[in-house]
Ligand binder design. Sequence first.
Ligand code: BTN
Length: 274
Amino acid sequence: MSTIPTPFHLDPAVLQGHLDSQQLRAPLHYFAEIDSTNSEAERLLLAGKETPQIVLASQQTAGRGRRGNAWYSQDLGNLYLSVLLFPNRPPEQMQRFTLWMGLQLCDLLNTQFELPLSVKWPNDLLHQNKKVAGMLTEARIENDLTQAVIFGLGININSDTQQWPDALKNTASSLATVAGHRWDIHEIASALIGRIFKAYQSYVSGDYGTQFDAQWEQWNGIRNRVITVSTQEKHYTGIAQGVTSDGALLLETENGAVLPFQAGDVTLHRTYQP
Ligand code: BTN
């Protein structure tokens, strides 16, 4: 790993400078340590905030992942980020939101930072089968509208994966490990935040529809893979096919049936060779 000193830890004033230069005006709430940035964004919502807010932390004591999992959130140069947004759209229009955001962040990291990542439906960014980032979207629905969403992103940036617990080392990675050098965390964080706002705008305006299929085609990391989709009830193994217009994953099972999944955890097996 490179010895060139790069800003390892987040300095909120430096990050604010980067956001100002992008004319990104949403208030930034930074914490050296917090329970969970998603929980803090929820507290801001409950306190009556009505405009987008950005919550960032260097460390979380109760970082949350999907399906009740914990998110490993030590102070190791990673990013724990939540953005509070107010789409006011019917819930059925929000079904592809997290997948779209993942595709857009994957696009940014590939094209701007030359990081060869892919998307694992529904919410992970991968490098060679190892998880580099996860997303957790939480929503407040009122009067049949998704009034607010909290888009949470945990991304391993400058972690030296050698310092991680053994169980994590085998399944997860960091941008520093992928690239072989540390990153300027402010540059990456500001680019990610900028893309989150841009992707959100195109999503709520409906413009994203034309780009979605091309982005999925480009960054889909499970194409033709043999996978197991685990729901709360059961495990289903088959070959990953496309996604539907409402974001469901299509799985071709051994008996040829194609099943749609709106939610579930995906385990990757081998690449399918017809
Ligand atoms: C997952 O892969 O299960 C989703 C992980 C999401 C983690 C992020 S870290 C920032 C935000 N705050 C949280 O408590 N969780 C999300």
